[in-house]
Design a protein around this ligand. Structure first.
Ligand code: NAD
Length: 260
């Protein structure tokens, strides 16, 4: 029975993924703020350490899979917190669990990024200069980096954190591939979860989310993203490594048909 750690396992895409992988026979080590095997706050260095230690002690240092779903949405009014969970929290677990994944059977990881990762380029990503050193910057530095977006700074921090996350995964592809550990990202569009509902309820973003119609005219379901993740985690995806899979009902192709 493969052992798979999943962050954000208490809700939305993470909960649906935990359920799907459990059904297929995996043992799940969920990591979340609540309702999980390992309770940890990925916004802080101490919480990330607690999460890595908690997973490692439960899997005896051997992990067959890791799915990073924990994340905050653009409506959160604290750019430092968005970057802290979406980028630093995820990267700390990827790196902290890598040695255990190397010892696993057919090991694989999937990181949930977002279509928003393509809304800024790395060259123009305001977080790029701040994440290069690997050390987490002061909250004030993150605030200042996205301040130009005014009341939409949460959206800017969100897109920047997801762009930086996809870049971080792609940069690990040579080392992880050589170690026999596959890693890919998925980039969802609007998916029906508490995170999306909080965005819909937000006065800044709600109307745009509600009125936008995708080529497939509905929001995605968490189970649909979970089934893509389950495929990427399985040996059937044995040659899939370093890729980003958009799952957005056709929005990316609608908005930029000639850029891919
Ligand atoms: P969700 O809010 O349902 O689930 C997110 C989970 O992350 C929650 O269980 C929450 O407790 C956990 N989490 C948040 N902060 C944490 C912290 N500090 N420490 C530990 N756990 C923490 O949201 P979701 O929509 O299922 O989001 C899952 C992932 O998908 C996120 O990374 C999100 O950015 C991404 N995503 C979602 C959508 C969407 O439309 N729902 C679109 C693109 C990307």
């Amino acid at each position: 029975m493969p052992t798979i750690a999943i962050t954000g396992s208490a809700s939305g895409i993470g909960a649906a993924t935990a359920e799907e992988l459990r059904r297929s026979g995996a043992g799940i080590i969920g990591v979340d703020l609540r309702d999980a095997e390992v309770i940890a706050d990925l916004s802080t260095p101490e919480g990330r350490e607690q999460a890595v230690d908690g997973v490692l002690s439960r899997c005896d240092g051997v992990l067959d899979g890791f799915v990073a779903c924990a994340g905050l949405g653009p409506q959160v009014d604290d750019p430092g917190l968005i970057a802290g969970v979406n980028y630093f929290g995820t990267v700390a677990l990827l790196d902290g669990l890598f040695p255990a994944l190397r010892r696993g059977k057919d090991p694989a990881a999937v990181v949930v990024s977002s279509v928003a990762s393509t809304h800024v380029t790395w060259d123009e990503n305001p977080l790029a200069p701040l994440v290069q050193s690997g050390d987490e910057p002061e909250v004030d530095a993150v605030d200042a980096a996205v301040a130009a977006a005014g009341e939409y700074r949460g959206q800017y921090a969100y897109a920047a954190s997801k762009n930086a996350l996809t870049v971080a995964v792609r940069r690990r592809v040579p080392e992880w591939g050589a170690a026999g550990v596959r890693v890919n990202t998925v980039a969802p569009g609007s998916v029906e979860t508490p995170l999306l509902r909080a965005g819909e309820a937000d006065p800044r973003y709600g109307q745009a989310i509600r009125e936008f119609v995708a080529p497939i005219p509905r929001h995605g379901r968490p189970e649909e993203v979970a089934s893509l993740i389950a495929y990427l985690m399985s040996p059937r995806a044995g040659f899939v490594h370093g890729a980003q899979f958009v799952i957005d009902g056709g929005v990316d192709a609608l908005l930029r048909p000639s850029r891919f």
